[in-house]
Design a protein around this ligand. Structure first.
Ligand code: GTP
Length: 597
């Protein structure tokens, strides 16, 4: 296909503003998929995911469209990962296309996630076509949202396309806007091959599938290609385009997007953002901006039942087939036994993986407190990265400690602003910006990642009744007065409860944890001291008094069934307990003890 007849684009939208519905409409109205095969949400391949038990990131579609000018165009839509943790992957997808549709729900307006993604699009020099969706809703206010887009994002929205992805209204205008308002790609067909690795995933039948965007040159089945970052070479077994089903394709030229397979063993061997070229006739320079994705949040995952350890290992390996950014290492904890220390790109990533392990693989897990990576600068001039508070070196050898900070953007209706500011302040935030757009405020905070990893998002949702939207990006590492706080139960340190805290907050945090644990740990036949300590110094203490009578004593009278039920309940509760020395601690304690409210 000639360059002038190609348009590559992505859709930028906040969750629920209608990205998938619009994509479906574009696919349907161009007969890309026969009507009888049209399933709602073509780009969401959750069904296949469920069927095969692994993630399939079907994420691009090639649409043929005969425009009003009488010419046939190839429109390539690339789907970008939806959530904040995949910022790098989003930025690469954006680099692979020339324009974006900015979809905003006309009854809602711009949200934090819209903003984060539109910045990626602007960074990639995209032409942006604003699309106001859901105009069929009575609550839609097209003019207000138009102004909102101009105020918050600063792009012209006067010729925004007004649509209803649900009813199909305005879809032809979207297709014309893609052709007439977005630029054609540029590239040199005669230059050596230069293609970007946009995404990759594991397919049970095909092995590793790689999505590419050709910049210069051409690529064919049978070609031997080289990945410039890893230096590995592969012979292409299959070259195809996604419609969104795979359709074999003889050759891809500049501006085109497709997939290849090449007997690549693991997703790990394919690096998003890498440059693919011919082994024999390579291009002179790799594409700029490559960065290996590295985990930033770590936590321990332990099976509640030690017998599930092998199942857990297998499940983690399965998930890793498709997710190279999720790392794991065996870990042993004095408190929790054998498990894994796992690394994630961010909080949501962590939650998604943990949920899948529990739900899809049916493994009962104890998750230890998420921790960020601290940089420990030793007196001898060396620096250690700390992934687990339990490994904190002796303080006498430590010079100073640095922690990662983020720039958080929160959008919230006015009414809740006060509570949001307080939450950010409580989490050691520094306000960077506060602006208004209509009845909504946008606040930008500089926050320690550590204060956000645990329950910040949950708290934010609950204090704003779900009306706040949140997005963040990594800023830098900064020194602060940080210490390791240990928790001792019955005078024994429980390693899985160790956390890094700011010195000024240690007492408050320690007291809160001890109080929580006191409620969470059932009484025993003896008194149990629960303490928080920094180094050898106890900073908070609670005592769980001894149990006097057995629980059934409360059920006076001779109600035997009630008594039996209670005992059964107690037994079931026991299964979820872990034994620490002479004390039993319920599994939920490990997470609940750390919640701050
Ligand atoms: P995620 O897939 O969750 O990221 O959301 P999304 O942005 O892809 O939104 P999706 O297309 O799933 O739409 C979200 C909800 O809005 C769905 O219930 C749609 O049916 C509905 N919706 C989408 N477009 C319209 C529209 O034009 N009008 C109305 N009334 N509802 C719409």
């Amino acid at each position: 296909t000639e360059l002038k007849n190609i348009r590559n684009f992505s859709i930028v939208a906040h969750i629920d503003h209608g990205k998938s519905t619009l994509a479906d409409r574009l696919i349907q109205s161009t007969n890309t998929v026969a009507d009888r095969d049209m399933k709602a949400q073509m780009l969401d391949s959750m069904d296949i995911e469920r069927e095969r038990g692994i993630t399939i990131k079907a994420n691009s579609v090639r649409i043929e469209y005969k425009a009003n000018d009488g010419e046939l165009y190839i429109l390539n839509l690339i789907d970008t990962p939806g959530h904040v943790d995949f910022a790098y992957e989003v930025s690469r997808s954006m680099q692979a296309v020339e324009g974006s549709l900015l979809v905003v729900d006309a009854s809602q307006g711009v949200e934090a996630q819209t903003l984060a993604n539109v910045y990626h699009a602007l960074d990639a020099d995209h032409e942006i076509v604003p699309v106001l969706n859901k105009v069929d809703l009575p609550a839609a206010d097209v003019e207000a949202v138009r102004t909102n887009i101009e105020d918050v994002i600063g792009i012209d929205a006067s010729d925004a396309v007004e649509i209803s992805a649900k009813t199909g209204l305005g879809i032809p205008a979207v297709l014309e806007a893609i052709v007439t308002r977005l630029p054609a790609p540029k590239g040199d067909r005669d230059a050596p091959l230069k293609a970007m690795l946009v995404d990759s995933w594991y397919d049970a039948y095909l092995g590793v599938v790689v999505m590419i965007r050709v910049i210069d040159g051409t690529v064919k089945k049978g070609d031997v290609v080289k990945m410039m970052q890893t230096n590995a070479t592969y012979k292409i077994d299959k070259l195809a385009v996604l419609k969104p089903k795979m359709v074999d394709f003889p050759e891809l030229g500049p501006g085109e997007i497709g997939i290849l397979t090449a007997s690549i063993k693991q997703v790990r061997d394919t690096k998003v953002g890498d440059t693919i070229t011919h082994d024999k006739k390579p291009c002179a320079k790799a594409l700029p901006g490559f960065a290996p994705s590295v985990p930033v949040v770590f936590c321990g995952l332990f099976p509640v039942d030690a017998n599930d350890f092998d199942d857990l290992r297998n499940a983690i390996e399965k998930l890793q087939l498709n997710d190279a950014s999720f790392s794991s290492e065996m870990e042993t904890s004095a408190a929790l036994g054998f498990g894994f220390r796992c690394g994630f790109l961010g909080l949501l990533h962590l939650e998604v993986i943990r949920d899948r392990l529990e739900r899809e693989y049916d493994i009962n897990l104890i998750t230890t407190a998420p921790s960020v990576i601290y940089r420990i600068f030793m007196r001898d001039g060396t620096m250690k990265e700390l992934h687990n508070p339990a490994d904190m070196p002796d303080l006498t050898f430590v010079d100073h400690i640095e922690e990662p900070r983020i720039k958080a953007t929160i959008m919230v209706p006015d009414d809740y602003l006060g509570d949001v500011l307080k939450l950010c302040q409580d989490r050691r935030g520094i306000q960077m910006d506060l602006t208004y757009a209509g009845a909504r405020a946008m606040v930008v905070y500089d926050l320690p990642l550590n204060e956000v990893v645990f329950d910040f998002y949950d708290r934010l949702k609950s204090i704003t009744k779900g009306y706040a939207s949140f997005d963040y990006q990594f800023m830098d590492y900064r020194e602060d007065n940080l210490v390791k706080m240990s928790i001792l139960v019955n005078d024994e340190p429980v390693d899985a409860l160790s956390t890094m805290v700011h010195r000024d907050r240690a007492e408050t945090r320690g007291r809160a944890m001890c109080e929580k644990l006191k409620d969470l740990i059932p009484r025993h036949m003896f008194k149990i001291p629960i303490q928080a300590a920094i180094g050898g110094k106890v900073i908070a203490r609670e005592t769980l008094s001894a149990l006097r009578k057995d629980v059934t004593a409360k059920c006076y009278g001779g109600d035997a069934t009630r008594k039996k039920k209670l005992l059964e309940k107690q037994k079931a509760g026991k299964k979820k307990m872990r034994q620490f020395g002479r004390v039993e601690i319920p599994q939920e304690a490990f997470i609940s003890a750390l919640k701050m409210d």
